[in-house]
Design a protein around this ligand. Structure first.
Ligand SMILES: [Cu+2]
Length: 67
């Protein structure tokens, strides 16, 4: 199962790198990030969505779940 977030604070490749690093650091394996649409898609098999949100909020990239 996958979940998609809108992350409006991602403005450049540097932001994308930070978001990706945070998510991979949580042990996520498949992270798709689209800078143009400011969307982040993750696979949710073994991760707590609330933890993902908390980590991104702390990193300065509050996510909005879109599906
Ligand atoms: Cu940036």
């Amino acid at each position: 199962m996958s979940v998609e977030f809108s992350v409006p604070n991602m403005k450049c490749e540097g932001c994308v790198s930070i978001v990706k690093k945070e998510l991979l650091g949580m042990g996520l394996k498949n992270v798709e990030i689209n800078l143009e649409t400011k969307r982040v898609e993750i696979q949710t098999n073994d991760v707590d969505i609330k933890k993902v949100k908390d980590v991104l909020i702390k990193a300065g990239f509050p996510p909005e779940q879109v599906n």
